[in-house]
Design a protein around this ligand. Structure first.
Ligand code: ARG
Length: 459
């Protein structure tokens, strides 16, 4: 006798390795809580509609809760030949409570059941991801608040461009994460939809109440089309995309952390707790966590591509291909959660080498734009000013000095309007504080930016 739920029609047993290939139990056991939740809602509705008796319903609920408790204590045997978590639970339930257990699947199919589980799982995980993003943002904001006056080189092309405030630099990541957060928040309305009661694809002949299961499971809405309900995996693609883009943002930040902590830059020192050593080079302290996060963007993006390809060309409605939606999503969720937690700890505990940052901008030409602006203020057209400053920079390079060390006579030869106040004007901290445009790096503007963030968070 076959132990399969669908054994009736079959006269041959699959070989063990076929069962193994077919099964999803190794990974979909992660859905057990959602599966039990969905089944309890379904049974409750069946009883309320008079489709099963109240006593069957009570036995089903009790049985399912017992199975879940046993699973949590590692006391539940899962059988690969029973394919997935749904059939393992049903088999166990029938073993424990007999016919009542056999009535649970009335008016339902694994197709709407697995979709229900995945919607519940995704909603819960996305909600958690949003909370983790918010927590990381709060850490970024507090580091920024402490470093409004910390001046550092701002880069374009990874060449020093203009002096900026460290707070301004790091707050850029706050805004990237803010967009990530809002994408996740927006996606919830496309995740929070109940497919339950769609059955295999066409609905059911039983007088079920889909609105009741929707509300029992706290779904915001329900699928209007039973075939769409069982074949939609768009919300998984969307979640994988949102995870991937957040990981891309983290990888950009990670790259900066790696550069900043190099001996060449020495802008920050990572805490020992977020670094590792080398097995051969005793002096080494490596930014492994940042490197891992930078590297892990490969897997999340891979999972996104893989899901898109799995769905491409799939006819309606359920196809077994869809079982492939799980491992990638689970792994992507796990990867982003870990990356956010680690990143927050790393940023929270790093030391910002304020003096090194300061001296860096005193030893470069990142105040050259400022010199051009000085000339513009004296009435020189910007294009001419650019040319004049270019020549002064060339002279400085040839004479091995920076702009603050160019003698006044040299300046005045370059342009007679340059006066002794130029030396104060060109100080990096003054270059920063003179930036008054909205959203700029000037200290006053950064404080304004922080105010906007604070008032946003109060909303
Ligand atoms: N393990 C399956 C999955 O994850 C459950 C749904 C199976 N449905 C079916 N008709 N074979 O997709």
């Amino acid at each position: 006798m076959s132990n399969k739920a669908w054994g009736g029609r079959f006269s041959e047993q699959p070989e063990a390795w076929v069962d193994e290939f077919n099964a999803s139990i190794h990974f979909d056991k992660a859905l057990i809580e959602y599966d039990v939740q969905g089944s309890i809602a379904h049974a409750t509705m069946l009883a309320n509609q008079g489709i099963i008796s109240n006593s069957d319903c009570e036995q089903i609920k009790q049985g399912l809760n017992d199975i879940l408790a046993d699973y949590k204590q590692n006391k539940l045997d899962l059988d690969v030949s029973l394919e997935d978590i749904h059939l393992n639970i049903e088999h166990e339930l029938i073993k424990r409570i007999g016919d009542a257990g056999g009535r649970l699947h009335t008016g339902r199919s694994r197709n709407d059941q697995v979709a229900t589980d995945m919607h519940l799982y995704t909603k819960s995980e996305v909600t958690e991801l949003i909370a983790l993003i918010e927590s990381f943002q709060a850490t970024i904001v507090s580091v920024a608040e402490d470093n409004i006056d910390t001046i550092m080189p701002g880069y374009t092309h990874l060449q020093r461009a203009q002096p900026i405030s460290f707070a301004h630099h790091i707050l850029t990541y706050y805004w990237m994460l803010e967009r990530d957060k809002s994408r996740f928040q927006d996606s919830i309305k496309r995740i929070d939809i109940s497919p339950l009661g769609a059955a295999a694809l066409s609905g059911t002949t039983y007088p079920i109440d889909r609105h009741e299961t929707q509300s029992l499971l706290d779904f915001g809405s329900l699928y209007e089309n039973s075939m769409d309900a069982v074949s939609d995996r768009d919300y998984i693609v969307e979640t994988l995309h949102n995870i991937s883009l957040t990981m891309v943002h983290l990888s950009r930040f990670a790259e900066e952390i790696i550069f900043w902590s190099s001996a060449e830059a020495n802008f920050i020192t990572l805490s020992d707790a977020f670094s590792t050593g080398s097995s051969i080079m005793p002096q080494k302290k490596n930014p492994d966590m940042a490197e891992l996060i930078r590297g892990k963007v490969g897997r999340t993006t891979g999972h996104l591509m893989s899901m898109l390809m799995t769905l491409k060309g799939l006819p309606l409605a359920y196809n077994k291909d869809m079982q492939e939606d799980k491992e990638g999503l689970f792994d992507a969720v796990h990867t982003l959660k870990g990356s956010l937690r680690i990143f927050e700890g790393m940023v929270d505990t790093m030391t910002i080498n304020v003096e090194q940052l300061q001296s860096t901008v005193y030893n470069d030409f990142s105040n050259a734009t400022e010199l051009a602006d000085y000339l513009v203020n004296k009435g020189v057209p910007f294009r001419n000013a650019h040319e004049i400053v270019g020549k002064i920079v060339l002279w400085s390079i040839q004479n091995n000095v920076y702009l603050l060390d160019v003698p006044l006579t040299e300046y005045q030869q370059a342009h007679p309007s340059i006066e002794a106040d130029i030396y104060d004007y060109l100080k990096p901290e003054n270059c920063v504080s003179r930036r008054i445009s909205y959203g700029s790096t000037g200290q006053a503007a950064v404080k304004e930016q922080l105010k906007v963030i604070k008032s946003k968070n109060k909303e």
